[in-house]
Design a protein around this ligand. Structure first.
Ligand code: ADE
Ligand code: ZN
Length: 337
């Protein structure tokens, strides 16, 4: 029998909000440095305090306001990427938010430069590759989202390769953002949008119809409509599934009731992601491990998630091929077991 492999399984993450990945200790340290009032932001055990989606979004907004300089963001992206590299991640896409940077008084260029510096340092230290997906915030409205696209396209950066839509899905129809997404697509950015998280399958359909996305953030509520699931399968749409986030936000009562395995068995292209890890007491490694345990996924099944993520990654073909070659070694070893 083959020896158990001590190396963690190669993983890839397509959906993690960089501000939502800020460890509470770092936020407290920066808040003290910049004299930012964070009263009520933390609970008695030092974690973030929030009760529902609205209060989560507002805690997230407050935490983001302590990141004031490119160096603060470099520290955040470097430490996040080194942490998931230790769990086996070979690739990650960081969701970044020009609006949140502006809220802390940081220009888009400085924001991206800081994050990119952290990405380069993490790559040098661990070999992890990363890219950035800039998002518009849906509940800030169509003008703000178009303004975010303009910022991104007027200051192109080689590591900013995608554009997405986050924020409160219950506000604003995707049709309102069609122009912004057309501009982003014409600039060559990969496109994704949160849908089917807090709204139902019709929201997934609208994102596909109006935003030309090839990936959907979450998308899990597509399970409520068989025709929508069939469309996802037919159009090979990749779902950025974040089970821990969905459980923490109360969409499902327990992982065994989460539709990720049903979607997978229906033929949807699935990836696993942490969304906002310290807010939801999760990590990329925990997402893989808890789904493997709950749904009985083998190493081969888990490597398929990584392959799907790399195939759908918003990166250049050379980077993708290099990553797929790294993955192929683990796939060959898993096949031999
Ligand atoms: N921004 C950060 N996390 C989010 C989520 N889970 N849904 C929508 N917008 C978000
Ligand atoms: Zn998200």
């Amino acid at each position: 029998m083959a020896e158990p492999d001590a190396r963690p399984l190669p993983k890839a993450e397509l959906h993690v909000h960089i501000e939502g990945a800020a460890p509470p200790d770092l936020v407290r340290r920066l808040a003290e440095r910049y004299q930012v009032d964070v009263a009520g932001l933390f609970d008695d055990s030092g974690g973030y305090r929030w009760e529902d989606f609205a209060s989560f979004l507002s805690a997230y907004d407050r935490a983001s306001r302590v990141f004031r300089t490119p160096q603060d963001y470099a520290e955040l992206s470097e430490s996040y990427l080194c942490g998931i590299a230790a769990e086996g991640a070979i690739y990650a896409e960081l969701t970044i938010s020009p609006d949140h940077a502006a809220g802390a008084g940081l220009s888009y260029r400085d924001y991206v430069a800081g994050l990119a510096e952290g990405i380069e340092r993490a790559r040098a230290a661990t070999g992890i590759e990363a890219r950035m997906i800039a998002i518009g915030v849906r509940h800030f409205g169509a003008r703000a989202v178009e303004q975010a696209v303009r910022q991104v396209t007027s200051a192109p950066h080689p590591l900013v390769t995608g554009f997405g839509l986050a924020g409160d899905e219950r506000e604003g129809h995707p049709a309102n953002f069609a122009r912004a997404f057309r501009m982003a697509g014409e600039a060559g950015l990969g496109l994704t949008a949160h849908a089917g998280e807090f709204a139902g399958p019709e929201s997934v359909t609208a994102a596909l119809d109006f935003l030309q996305v090839k990936r959907i953030g979450h998308g899990v509520r597509a399970i409520q409509d068989r025709a929508v699931v069939e469309r996802l399968v037919r159009e090979k749409i990749v779902l950025e599934v974040c089970p821990g986030s969905n459980l923490a936000l109360g969409l499902y009562g327990a992982l065994r009731f989460h539709p990720v395995n049903l979607l997978r068995r229906a033929g949807c292209r699935i990836t696993l992601n942490s969304d906002d890890p310290p807010f939801f007491a999760t990590s990329l490694g925990r997402e893989y491990a808890s789904c493997a345990e709950t749904f009985g996924w083998s190493r081969v099944d888990q490597l398929k998630l990584t392959r799907t993520a790399l195939e759908a990654a918003f990166c250049d073909p050379r980077t993708r091929n290099g990553l797929l070659a790294r993955l192929a070694e683990a796939e060959a070893a898993a096949g031999r077991r």
